[in-house]
Design a protein around this ligand. Structure first.
Ligand code: NAD
Ligand code: IPM
Ligand code: MN
Length: 360
C-alpha cells in the first residue's frame, strides 16, 4: 500500500462544505486503488486570521512543505475585507503559493457534454471547448515591488503596484506551457499586452525565442483584450493559453463560464519540485456559504488533478472523474449548473451521489 500525506486547507465560506465531499471520495478511491491517505488539516485565510491573527500561520506552511500534496478549498469573506492588505485572507493564499514556489497554475476549461445547456453561451459556440490556461502564479503585478499606498507631500494618496517579469520567470512558465501544448493539440497562444507594456514586450520576445525548442508546437500571440473577446466569440480556436498572473486570473474566470459554471473548474499549482497545491478556480462564495448550495465538483476535480499530477496516480484520478461524469449523466445538478428536466441537489446530496457512483 502506498501512503500519501495530504494537507487539507478547508479555508472559508463554502470551503469546509466542498472539501468534505472530496475527502470522503478520496477515502473511498483510496480503498479501491490500495492507496492510504494521511490527512492533516491546517488553517489558512480568514479561519487562520480568527484563530491565530495570521492568514498563513508558520505551522501551516511547514505542514504543507512536508506533505506529498496540498488540497485547498477556498479562502476569503466579507468580514475580512476591511483588514489592511497584508493581513487579508488572500495574502495567506499568495504567501502559500510563493512559499511553495508554485509558479505554474494549470486551469483546464473543457465543457462536459452533459453541461452544454448549462452554459450561458450557445450550444454551437461551447460544444467541444477544451482549453488549458497556463497561468504564471508567483510573479507579475501580484508580487512586484514597489507596492503600497503612499501619501505624497501634498497629502494626496497614491496606490502603487508594479508589473515585473524577468526573462527566467517567463522562460520557466513558457516551458511548462509548451510541454502542456505538446501533450494536447500542439497549439499555444501567448496572451500579453505588448502593444502597451514593456513587461509584455519582454514576455513576447522570450516566448518567441523559446519556440525554437518546440518546433512541433504552433505558437501564436494575442493581446489580452482581444483574447477576452475571442474566448466568448469563438473559444474553440484555443488549445493551450499561456499568460501572466493577472491576465490569467481574469481569463480563467471567463473561460469558466464556457463550461457552464465556475463551480466546475479545478486547478493545479505546481513548482519545479516539492508538493503541488490543488484548488478550485472559484472563491469562497460567501453569498451561498452554509446553505448546502455549493457545487463541489470543482473541488472533486481538483482532487482528481491531485491524484494525476501531484501523486502520479492517474487511474485513481480517472475513477474520480468518471464518478463526476456519471452523476451528471444521472441528472444530478447543483443550482449553478441546473437546467430543465434535471434533478436539483445540494452539496451534500451531490456528495452522496458521487460516493454511490464510485461504488460501481
Ligand atoms: P467567488 O468565486 O467566490 O464567487 C463568484 C460567484 O460564483 C458567486 O455568486 C458564487 O456564489 C458563485 N460560485 C463560486 N463557486 C461556486 C460553487 N462551487 N458552487 C456554486 N456557486 C459558486 O468569487 P467572489 O465572490 O469574487 O469572491 C469571494 C471571496 O473569495 C473573496 O474573498 C475572494 O477574494 C475569494 N476568492 C478566493 C479564491 C481562492 O481561494 N482560490 C479564488 C477567488 C476568490
Ligand atoms: C484565484 C483567486 C486568487 C488570485 C485570489 C483569491 C488571491 O482569484 O485563485 O483565482 O487572484 O489568484
Ligand atoms: Mn481568480
Amino acid at each position: 500500500t502506498q501512503t500519501y500525506r495530504i494537507t487539507l486547507l478547508p479555508g472559508d465560506g463554502i470551503g469546509p462544505e466542498i472539501i468534505a465531499v472530496a475527502v470522503d471520495l478520496l477515502k473511498k478511491v483510496g480503498q479501491q486503488h490500495d492507496l492510504r491517505f494521511e490527512f492533516q488539516e491546517a488553517l489558512l485565510g480568514g479561519a487562520a486570521i480568527d484563530a491565530t491573527g495570521s492568514p498563513l500561520p508558520a505551522d501551516t506552511l511547514e505542514l504543507c512543505k512536508n506533505s506529498d500534496a496540498v488540497l485547498l478549498a477556498a479562502i476569503g469573506g466579507y468580514q475580512w475585507d476591511t483588514l489592511p492588505n497584508d493581513q487579508r485572507p488572500e495574502r495567506g493564499l499568495l504567501g502559500l503559493r510563493a512559499g511553495l514556489e508554485l509558479f505554474a497554475n494549470l486551469r483546464p476549461a473543457s465543457i462536459l457534454p452533459q453541461l452544454v445547456d448549462a452554459s450561458s453561451l450557445k450550444r454551437e459556440v461551447v460544444d467541444g471547448v477544451d482549453i488549458m490556461v497556463v497561468r504564471e502564479l508567483t510573479g507579475g503585478i501580484y508580487f512586484g515591488q514597489p507596492r503600497g499606498i503612499f501619501t505624497s507631500e501634498t497629502g494626496e494618496r497614491r496606490g502603487v503596484n508594479t508589473m515585473v517579469y524577468t526573462e527566467s520567470e517567463v522562460e520557466r512558465i513558457g516551458r511548462v506551457a509548451f510541454e502542456a501544448a505538446r501533450k494536447r493539440r500542439k497549439k499555444l497562444c501567448s496572451v500579453d499586452k505588448s502593444n502597451v507594456l514593456e513587461v509584455s514586450q519582454l514576455w513576447r520576445d522570450t516566448i518567441t525565442k523559446l519556440a525554437a525548442d518546440y518546433p512541433d508546437v504552433e505558437l501564436t500571440h494575442m493581446y489580452v483584450d482581444n483574447a477576452a473577446m475571442q474566448l466568448l466569440r469563438n473559444p474553440k480556436q484555443f488549445d493551450t493559453i499561456v499568460t501572466g498572473n493577472l491576465f490569467g486570473d481574469i481569463l480563467s474566470d471567463a473561460a469558466a463560464m464556457l463550461t457552464g459554471s465556475i463551480g466546475m473548474l479545478p486547478s493545479a499549482s505546481l513548482g519545479s519540485s516539492g508538493p503541488g497545491l490543488f484548488e478550485p478556480v472559484h472563491g469562497s462564495a460567501p453569498d451561498i456559504a452554509g446553505q448546502d448550495k455549493a457545487n463541489p465538483l470543482a473541488q472533486v476535480l481538483s482532487a482528481a488533478m491531485m491524484l494525476r499530477y501531484g501523486l502520479n496516480e492517474p487511474q485513481a484520478g480517472d475513477r474520480l472523474e468518471q464518478a463526476v461524469l456519471k452523476v451528471l449523466d444521472q441528472g444530478y445538478r447543483t443550482g449553478d449548473i441546473m437546467s430543465d428536466g434535471m434533478t436539483l441537489v445540494g452539496c451534500k446530496a451531490m456528495g452522496e451521489a458521487l460516493l454511490a457512483a464510485l461504488e460501481d
